[in-house]
Design a protein around this ligand. Structure first.
Ligand code: ATP
Length: 261
């Protein structure tokens, strides 16, 4: 776990009394959520609890029906996603948007030229390889021949090099081999060390709790529990002994955390 130095800056993200809906279906009810400057928060909950919906609201992809969204103290409620990007919010891409017939380095160079200008490419490449060393090792390999996890890292590196003030990461580890998940999390840890705050939506509860300071558990679209990641991990650990089916551990643990409060 990381200690976060107290900051006098406004929270990087603040949702106050946020409700959101998809047409007639209400997905979020009066959600309050704060990510302080430098903090990492894990957003947990069973399938359909509303985690992705919170992530979408936090990055401007879905406007709340009511409530307020602030980024770095600025009210951005209802603003378009590019305004969130300008305010420093990055949404980690779920897919692997890479050019298969270009090498790793060519992919990175293309996107850094656009975002940093020609003069900034070298520094951005160094930073990408520092965040994800495997990309440096594979710099000359065609992106289409990288593993799924490496492609995921490549598409993340293109966003993360811009040092967002907040990264909203939705299920980054989904479908990745355990070793690759470790590498992705090592990248997130380095990103944190460089000052980016994190809002992590994750099925792999243990990984998320190791990285984060606090956890917020959603249940049926509302905040059911929030507390330190250490406390969440403690509850999760004791609950594991109650689990009959280890396969469902992570989901079960989250359910147990929220039901016990
Ligand atoms: P999971 O862990 O399964 O991804 P989640 O906690 O991220 O779940 P959300 O994806 O936020 O949950 O979904 C919350 C609720 O909103 C669910 O009942 C879901 O069916 C519904 N929902 C999500 N996206 C849409 C959509 N585009 N249109 C209609 N309903 C939606």
């Amino acid at each position: 776990m990381n200690d976060v130095a107290p900051s006098s800056r406004p929270p990087v993200l603040e949702l106050a009394h946020v409700s959101a809906a998809y047409g007639p279906f209400r997905a979020l009810f009066d959600v309050d959520l704060v990510v302080a400057d430098g903090e990492a928060v894990a957003l947990l909950g069973a399938n359909g609890a509303g985690k992705t919906t919170v992530a979408r609201v936090a990055s401007g992809l879905l406007a709340p029906g009511s409530g307020t969204v602030r980024v770095g103290g600025q009210d951005v409620t209802g603003a378009l996603p590019h305004r969130f990007v300008r305010a420093g919010v990055a949404h980690a891409p779920e897919g692997r948007s890479v050019f298969a017939t270009l090498t790793t380095e060519e992919n990175l160079t293309l996107s850094f030229r656009r975002s940093q200008g020609r003069a900034g490419v070298r520094d951005a490449l160094d930073r990408a390889y520092e965040l994800f060393p495997v990309l440096g090792e594979r710099r000359r390999q065609l992106a289409g021949t990288l593993s799924g996890g490496q492609q995921r890292m490549l598409s993340m590196a293109r966003v993360l090099v811009e040092s967002p003030s907040l990264l909203v990461a939705d299920e980054l580890s989904l479908g990745l081999a355990p070793k690759v998940v470790d590498e992705v999390y090592a990248g997130l840890t380095r990103l944190r060390e460089h000052g980016t705050s994190l809002l992590i939506v994750e099925q792999q509860v243990r990984h998320a709790l190791d990285l984060c300071d606090r956890a917020v558990v959603l249940h049926h679209g509302a905040v059911a529990w929030s507390g330190s990641a250490a406390e969440a991990a403690e509850r999760a650990a004791s609950d594991i002994f109650d689990q009959a089916a280890p396969v469902a551990q992570d989901e079960g643990v989250v359910g147990q955390i929220s039901r016990r409060t």
